[in-house]
Design a protein around this ligand. Structure first.
Ligand code: URA
Length: 217
Protein backbone atom coordinates (compact mmCIF):
# COMPACT_ATOMS: atom_id res chain seq x y z
CA UNK A 1 0.00 0.00 0.00
CA UNK A 2 1.16 3.55 -0.68
CA UNK A 3 1.21 6.10 2.14
CA UNK A 4 -2.03 7.63 0.81
CA UNK A 5 -3.71 4.21 0.68
CA UNK A 6 -2.61 3.49 4.24
CA UNK A 7 -3.95 6.87 5.40
CA UNK A 8 -7.28 6.17 3.74
CA UNK A 9 -7.47 2.66 5.23
CA UNK A 10 -6.62 3.98 8.71
CA UNK A 11 -9.33 6.68 8.48
CA UNK A 12 -11.89 4.06 7.52
CA UNK A 13 -10.74 1.78 10.35
CA UNK A 14 -10.96 4.66 12.85
CA UNK A 15 -14.54 5.41 11.82
CA UNK A 16 -15.64 1.78 12.03
CA UNK A 17 -13.84 0.99 15.28
CA UNK A 18 -14.97 4.20 16.99
CA UNK A 19 -18.57 3.21 16.34
CA UNK A 20 -17.88 -0.36 17.55
CA UNK A 21 -16.12 0.74 20.79
CA UNK A 22 -18.82 3.28 21.64
CA UNK A 23 -21.41 0.57 21.20
CA UNK A 24 -19.57 -2.08 23.22
CA UNK A 25 -17.88 -0.12 26.02
CA UNK A 26 -18.71 2.86 28.24
CA UNK A 27 -15.09 3.99 28.42
CA UNK A 28 -15.77 6.90 26.05
CA UNK A 29 -18.28 8.43 28.48
CA UNK A 30 -16.80 11.60 29.94
CA UNK A 31 -13.94 11.80 27.45
CA UNK A 32 -13.55 14.59 24.90
CA UNK A 33 -12.57 12.39 21.98
CA UNK A 34 -10.87 9.21 20.84
CA UNK A 35 -7.10 9.20 20.35
CA UNK A 36 -6.51 6.69 17.54
CA UNK A 37 -2.82 7.40 16.89
CA UNK A 38 -0.59 9.67 14.86
CA UNK A 39 2.54 9.79 12.77
CA UNK A 40 3.78 8.33 9.52
CA UNK A 41 1.65 5.32 8.50
CA UNK A 42 4.31 4.33 5.98
CA UNK A 43 6.93 3.73 8.67
CA UNK A 44 8.85 0.57 9.54
CA UNK A 45 8.50 1.33 13.25
CA UNK A 46 5.30 1.35 15.30
CA UNK A 47 5.33 2.45 18.95
CA UNK A 48 2.45 1.26 21.12
CA UNK A 49 1.58 2.84 24.47
CA UNK A 50 -1.22 2.11 26.91
CA UNK A 51 -4.04 4.67 26.80
CA UNK A 52 -4.51 8.43 26.42
CA UNK A 53 -4.14 10.67 29.47
CA UNK A 54 -5.73 14.05 30.11
CA UNK A 55 -3.66 16.07 27.63
CA UNK A 56 -4.08 13.42 24.92
CA UNK A 57 -7.85 13.46 25.52
CA UNK A 58 -7.86 17.25 25.10
CA UNK A 59 -5.77 17.28 21.92
CA UNK A 60 -6.70 13.94 20.30
CA UNK A 61 -3.02 13.09 19.83
CA UNK A 62 -1.04 10.37 21.68
CA UNK A 63 1.88 11.16 23.97
CA UNK A 64 1.56 14.94 24.20
CA UNK A 65 1.73 15.20 28.03
CA UNK A 66 4.70 14.73 30.36
CA UNK A 67 5.31 11.13 29.21
CA UNK A 68 5.12 12.38 25.63
CA UNK A 69 7.80 14.98 26.29
CA UNK A 70 10.06 12.20 27.60
CA UNK A 71 9.21 10.06 24.55
CA UNK A 72 10.25 12.96 22.27
CA UNK A 73 13.54 13.29 24.22
CA UNK A 74 14.14 9.55 23.92
CA UNK A 75 13.51 9.67 20.17
CA UNK A 76 15.80 12.67 19.82
CA UNK A 77 18.53 10.82 21.75
CA UNK A 78 18.73 8.35 18.84
CA UNK A 79 18.27 10.92 16.08
CA UNK A 80 14.63 10.08 15.37
CA UNK A 81 11.59 12.30 15.07
CA UNK A 82 7.90 11.63 15.58
CA UNK A 83 7.41 12.08 11.83
CA UNK A 84 9.60 9.00 11.29
CA UNK A 85 7.32 6.67 13.25
CA UNK A 86 3.69 5.94 14.07
CA UNK A 87 2.44 6.03 17.67
CA UNK A 88 -0.73 4.24 18.80
CA UNK A 89 -2.18 3.00 22.07
CA UNK A 90 -3.87 -0.23 23.15
CA UNK A 91 -6.90 1.79 24.36
CA UNK A 92 -8.16 4.81 22.42
CA UNK A 93 -10.25 6.59 25.08
CA UNK A 94 -8.90 7.98 28.33
CA UNK A 95 -9.69 5.71 31.30
CA UNK A 96 -11.16 7.77 34.16
CA UNK A 97 -8.45 9.15 36.42
CA UNK A 98 -5.86 7.41 34.19
CA UNK A 99 -6.60 4.06 35.81
CA UNK A 100 -5.31 0.85 34.24
CA UNK A 101 -7.47 -0.48 31.41
CA UNK A 102 -9.67 -3.46 32.33
CA UNK A 103 -9.43 -6.79 30.50
CA UNK A 104 -12.87 -6.39 28.88
CA UNK A 105 -11.93 -2.88 27.68
CA UNK A 106 -8.72 -4.22 26.17
CA UNK A 107 -10.79 -6.89 24.41
CA UNK A 108 -13.23 -4.33 22.94
CA UNK A 109 -10.43 -2.06 21.67
CA UNK A 110 -8.24 -4.95 20.44
CA UNK A 111 -9.53 -5.06 16.82
CA UNK A 112 -8.72 -1.34 16.44
CA UNK A 113 -5.03 -1.82 17.27
CA UNK A 114 -4.89 -5.11 15.36
CA UNK A 115 -6.28 -3.28 12.30
CA UNK A 116 -3.69 -0.51 12.64
CA UNK A 117 -0.88 -3.08 12.79
CA UNK A 118 -2.23 -4.83 9.69
CA UNK A 119 -2.48 -1.59 7.69
CA UNK A 120 0.81 -0.02 8.80
CA UNK A 121 2.55 -3.41 8.55
CA UNK A 122 5.62 -2.33 10.54
CA UNK A 123 8.80 -4.39 10.59
CA UNK A 124 9.48 -3.35 14.19
CA UNK A 125 6.99 -2.89 17.02
CA UNK A 126 8.18 -1.09 20.14
CA UNK A 127 5.88 -1.69 23.09
CA UNK A 128 5.83 0.90 25.87
CA UNK A 129 4.80 -0.62 29.18
CA UNK A 130 3.16 -3.81 30.35
CA UNK A 131 -0.21 -3.53 28.60
CA UNK A 132 1.14 -3.17 25.09
CA UNK A 133 3.81 -5.83 25.77
CA UNK A 134 1.07 -8.28 26.85
CA UNK A 135 -1.05 -7.32 23.84
CA UNK A 136 1.74 -8.05 21.36
CA UNK A 137 3.73 -10.85 23.01
CA UNK A 138 0.97 -12.47 25.04
CA UNK A 139 0.90 -12.58 28.82
CA UNK A 140 3.53 -14.32 30.91
CA UNK A 141 6.50 -12.01 30.39
CA UNK A 142 7.91 -9.72 33.02
CA UNK A 143 8.90 -6.30 31.70
CA UNK A 144 11.64 -5.94 34.29
CA UNK A 145 13.22 -9.12 32.87
CA UNK A 146 12.81 -8.66 29.12
CA UNK A 147 12.92 -4.88 28.57
CA UNK A 148 15.25 -3.96 25.72
CA UNK A 149 15.47 -7.54 24.43
CA UNK A 150 14.21 -7.88 20.85
CA UNK A 151 11.86 -10.80 20.17
CA UNK A 152 10.32 -12.15 16.98
CA UNK A 153 6.57 -12.43 16.70
CA UNK A 154 4.45 -13.01 13.58
CA UNK A 155 7.31 -12.04 11.27
CA UNK A 156 8.02 -8.78 13.09
CA UNK A 157 10.68 -7.76 15.58
CA UNK A 158 9.17 -6.67 18.90
CA UNK A 159 11.14 -4.59 21.38
CA UNK A 160 9.49 -4.39 24.81
CA UNK A 161 10.40 -1.21 26.69
CA UNK A 162 9.39 0.42 29.95
CA UNK A 163 6.63 3.00 29.67
CA UNK A 164 8.02 6.57 29.72
CA UNK A 165 5.48 7.47 32.45
CA UNK A 166 6.98 4.75 34.68
CA UNK A 167 10.38 6.39 34.20
CA UNK A 168 8.87 9.72 35.28
CA UNK A 169 7.67 8.23 38.56
CA UNK A 170 10.59 5.95 39.22
CA UNK A 171 13.85 7.76 38.50
CA UNK A 172 15.98 4.60 38.27
CA UNK A 173 14.01 3.38 35.23
CA UNK A 174 15.04 6.49 33.28
CA UNK A 175 18.65 5.41 32.55
CA UNK A 176 17.37 1.91 31.66
CA UNK A 177 14.90 3.42 29.18
CA UNK A 178 17.58 5.61 27.56
CA UNK A 179 19.94 2.60 27.40
CA UNK A 180 17.21 0.46 25.77
CA UNK A 181 16.42 3.23 23.28
CA UNK A 182 20.13 3.38 22.37
CA UNK A 183 19.78 -0.21 21.06
CA UNK A 184 17.04 0.72 18.57
CA UNK A 185 19.24 2.06 15.70
CA UNK A 186 21.23 -1.20 15.61
CA UNK A 187 18.01 -3.24 15.64
CA UNK A 188 16.67 -1.16 12.71
CA UNK A 189 19.95 -1.69 10.83
CA UNK A 190 19.82 -5.47 11.35
CA UNK A 191 16.15 -5.65 10.25
CA UNK A 192 16.93 -3.58 7.12
CA UNK A 193 19.90 -5.80 6.26
CA UNK A 194 17.68 -8.86 6.66
CA UNK A 195 15.13 -7.32 4.28
CA UNK A 196 17.84 -6.62 1.70
CA UNK A 197 19.26 -10.13 1.89
CA UNK A 198 15.75 -11.62 1.73
CA UNK A 199 15.00 -9.55 -1.38
CA UNK A 200 18.26 -10.42 -3.07
CA UNK A 201 17.93 -14.12 -2.28
CA UNK A 202 14.38 -14.17 -3.65
CA UNK A 203 15.68 -12.26 -6.72
CA UNK A 204 18.47 -14.82 -7.06
CA UNK A 205 15.95 -17.63 -6.74
CA UNK A 206 13.67 -16.14 -9.39
CA UNK A 207 16.68 -15.56 -11.67
CA UNK A 208 17.71 -19.17 -11.13
CA UNK A 209 14.16 -20.24 -11.95
CA UNK A 210 14.25 -18.25 -15.19
CA UNK A 211 17.64 -19.77 -16.03
CA UNK A 212 16.31 -23.27 -15.38
CA UNK A 213 13.23 -22.57 -17.45
CA UNK A 214 15.41 -21.22 -20.29
CA UNK A 215 17.52 -24.34 -20.01
CA UNK A 216 14.48 -26.48 -20.43
CA UNK A 217 13.29 -24.59 -23.50
N1 URA B 1 0.52 7.27 27.92
C1 URA B 1 0.16 6.40 26.96
O1 URA B 1 0.33 5.21 27.12
N2 URA B 1 -0.33 6.86 25.86
C2 URA B 1 -0.49 8.15 25.64
O2 URA B 1 -0.95 8.47 24.58
C3 URA B 1 -0.09 9.04 26.64
C4 URA B 1 0.41 8.59 27.77
Amino acid sequence: MTREEKEEALNKLNEEQLAYCIQHSTLHVGTKQAVPGSGNPDTDILFIGEAPGQKEDELGVPFVGAAGKLLSDLLESIGMKREDIFIANVIKHRPPGNRDPLPDEIAVYAPWLAGQIEIIDPKIIITLGRFSMDFILGTGFSISKIHGQPKRKNGRVVVPLYHPAAALYSGNLRPALFADFAKIPKIIEIVKEEQISKKSSSKEKSEQKVETQQHLL
